[in-house]
Ligand binder design. Structure first.
Ligand SMILES: CC(C)(COP(=O)(O)OP(=O)(O)OC[C@H]1O[C@@H](n2cnc3c(N)ncnc32)[C@H](O)[C@@H]1OP(=O)(O)O)[C@@H](O)C(=O)NCCC(=O)NCCS
Length: 199
């Protein structure tokens, strides 16, 4: 059992940051981003990759309300991913399911179709995870990725996530059971990587 040596302040999720990298900039997502983000909700392959069972009808009003209220959430962080070269919004990254007692969050990411495979997801992941550890003082960030999504898994590994185990038959997609892999990164691992990269 590792000691708890953190003196991190209570996380302020209302402080919505702008985080800049070489390829992407992350900034607070707003209702104005809905047109750019709509392909995430309309694309069947994106629904499969994220395991999103919908009821067949896209409720745009509900989606607009959702993004209109992200700026006032005090227990989660929703950031738009903006591609540096074009200024286009190409997706979102989220720290959610905050567990204050255990200083942990879940992480999720989704880019719009057409923006995959250019390193944007890996960098966006690194940026928000770094914020989670450095500014929010989290200890653990975890995620789940389905077995049919090796691209996402690879991006998470590049950002430092480590495989913990498998949730068997976690998703039933069009009649087929699919496993989910649980991955996580811990604060000491992140800071070690940072130190090694800066060395
Ligand atoms: C998952 C996602 C965020 C990754 O972001 P991305 O910008 O596409 O990923 P990156 O370009 O940073 O990295 C992808 C890596 O996977 C590799 N890869 C791509 N397809 C692969 C495959 N079929 N098998 C193994 N590796 C694969 C790429 O080669 C790259 O690794 P490399 O740099 O070592 O060559 C993005 O693709 C996405 O949003 N997809 C749709 C929604 C989704 O899957 N969300 C995640 C749900 S858990």
């Amino acid at each position: 059992m590792a000691d708890h040596a953190s003196s991190a302040p209570h996380p302020d999720f209302l402080d919505k940051p702008t985080l800049s990298g070489d390829r992407v900039l992350l900034r607070p997502v707003t209702v104005d981003d809905v047109p750019a983000l709509m392909p995430m909700f309309q694309d069947a392959e994106t629904s499969r990759l994220t395991g999103s069972h919908d009821d067949g009808e896209l409720d745009e009003a509900r989606i607009r309300t959702w993004y209109d209220t992200r700026g006032t959430q005090d227990d989660r962080l929703d950031l738009a991913v903006v591609e540096q070269t074009t200024g286009n919004v190409v997706g979102e990254v989220v720290l959610n399911e905050w567990d204050p007692d255990n200083e942990s969050c879940n992480f999720r990411i989704c880019l719009v179709p057409g923006s995959y495979g250019r390193g944007l997801g890996t960098e966006a992941t690194r940026l928000i995870v770094g914020h989670g550890f450095q500014k929010l003082g989290l200890h653990r960030i975890s995620l789940e990725v389905y077995a049919f999504n090796p691209r996402a898994r690879r991006a998470y590994e590049k950002a430092g996530f480590v495989t913990e185990g498998v949730l068997r038959d976690a998703l039933l997609w069009e009649g087929t059971w699919v496993d989910a892999t649980v991955m996580s990164i811990l604060a000491p691992e992140w800071f070690r990587r940072e130190q090694a990269d800066g060395a």
